[in-house]
Design a binder for this molecule. Sequence first.
Ligand SMILES: NC(=O)C1=CN([C@@H]2O[C@H](COP(=O)(O)OP(=O)(O)OC[C@H]3O[C@@H](n4cnc5c(N)ncnc54)[C@H](OP(=O)(O)O)[C@@H]3O)[C@@H](O)[C@H]2O)C=CC1
Ligand SMILES: O=C1O[C@H](COP(=O)(O)O)[C@@H](O)[C@H](O)[C@H]1O
Length: 480
Amino acid sequence: MVTLYSSPSTNCSGVFSSYSNSSIGFYNYHNNFPISSRKFGSHKISLQINAIRMQDGAVVAQPSKTQDETPLKKLKDGILSKEQKHTFDFDSNKDKSTVSITVVGASGDLAKKKIFPALFALYYEGCLPEHFTIFGYARSKMTDDELRNMVSKTLTCRIDKRENCGEKMEQFLERCFYHSGQYDSQENFAELDKKLKEHEAGRFSNRLFYLSIPPNIFINAVRCASLSASSAHGWTRVIVEKPFGRDSESSAALTGALKQYLKEDQIFRIDHYLGKELVENLSVLRFSNLIFEPLWSRQYIRNVQFIFSEDFGTEGRGGYFDHYGIIRDIMQNHLLQILALFAMETPVSLDAEDIRNEKVKVLRSMRPLQLDDVIVGQYKSHTKGGVNYPGYTDDKTVPKDSLTPTFAAAALFIDNARWDGVPFLMKAGKALHTRRLVKPIREIHIFFFIPSLFSLASFLLLVQCGNKSTIQARARKLIQ
Ligand SMILES: NC(=O)C1=CN([C@@H]2O[C@H](COP(=O)(O)OP(=O)(O)OC[C@H]3O[C@@H](n4cnc5c(N)ncnc54)[C@H](OP(=O)(O)O)[C@@H]3O)[C@@H](O)[C@H]2O)C=CC1
Ligand SMILES: O=C1O[C@H](COP(=O)(O)O)[C@@H](O)[C@H](O)[C@H]1O
């Protein structure tokens, strides 16, 4: 699996940006990852990490001139091997080539909330080639203008304060078009192909299809796109969203089916949580910090909690969600990836395969989950402060008798020397109206207890990836 992101504006390699919070994640790195300041309040310590520029634009600390040499940069360079970086480049012949990006499922939630804003961010940062075209494709009937109008509502200029953002937005929208078609119709994809060719205007064209659709229609869409709308001369690539199947069998079947039409190097599987900067920085926090690495074990950590909470429900996404539920939507992929990154041993090198191998070892050491260690639930309607919040089955896209879980919590155990006996607690839920600890409406927390560096106090280290990303340490107890 690869995480696809674009790095700072000076380096636009990467087939796509991490779309977390609808923007490109910005990274500035230092040679190491020192804790630059501590503010001691009553039982509360804020650790500012001297290496992160947050994606909402807030700079936690100034970047140094040596940013390119930092561990995370190296980590990324390792993850993206030279060969991959080369193949990720959009342009093989800058002036004469073009890239056509088709967002399949353009009428949907992911496309609106993340993909179009991320594409705009790439455009804004100068990371798209000079000639490019973006097509939305879905069954819904829409004109080009209606697509532009829909997309324009979610584009933002908040990446930084540079001028001309509105103008750039207009220019970007002019490059966006729409074609309505069925996902299983070769004929409809052939019509798309015709339109793409008109826009490519004889240039050497590369084509990218982003499958922003429920997984049960991936194969049909890939078959039709590959047979009817592949690039004649350049590359054709497909980005596939999680979940990659419902279980091992369906995942293997999906891979097998995709490979009937695509070679492995044309397929990009994405887990966007791996592109969130704090998830990436977690490895740096641990491996580059003399303070943390020695503490990263059962000896010092009592439990680790990965908490995903959203304070909104499915809101019309039942068509996808109801077939999968919260465990397959969030826990099996996003949270499990973070857990594996958190718990893995130091990889022998920063190559993607070495990191993957360490993550696999963690998964193989995990005790099979027992039913007694899992609870599931589904949100119901309720009224609070005069506001009525609909229940899951009130969503028109959800069957009235659905038992699909929208909340789950599980205790996982890793039976190896480092983590023996430490519970890894995972919780994920939609429409959780109680906000925890911090304000953002969507948030994922990783927190774990480590002993105080100075006294007998123990600390709760909270790594939060929400609308604003922070790393905080809070004193949990003064005296053990
Ligand atoms: N939403 C998010 O934040 C994230 C989503 N994802 C993944 O992205 C993919 C799409 O998610 P999302 O955009 O939320 O899903 P949506 O439910 O919004 O579906 C996307 C589009 O697919 C079409 N569609 C929906 N259901 C069906 C169906 N049963 N049969 C045929 N077409 C259908 C609809 O378009 P039309 O009717 O116009 O054809 C819809 O607009 C999923 O794999 C999901 O796991 C991943 C990360 C984040
Ligand atoms: O993968 C998914 O993620 C989103 C939450 O992503 P975030 O970046 O906004 O935190 C979730 O809403 C969706 O159900 C799921 O498919």
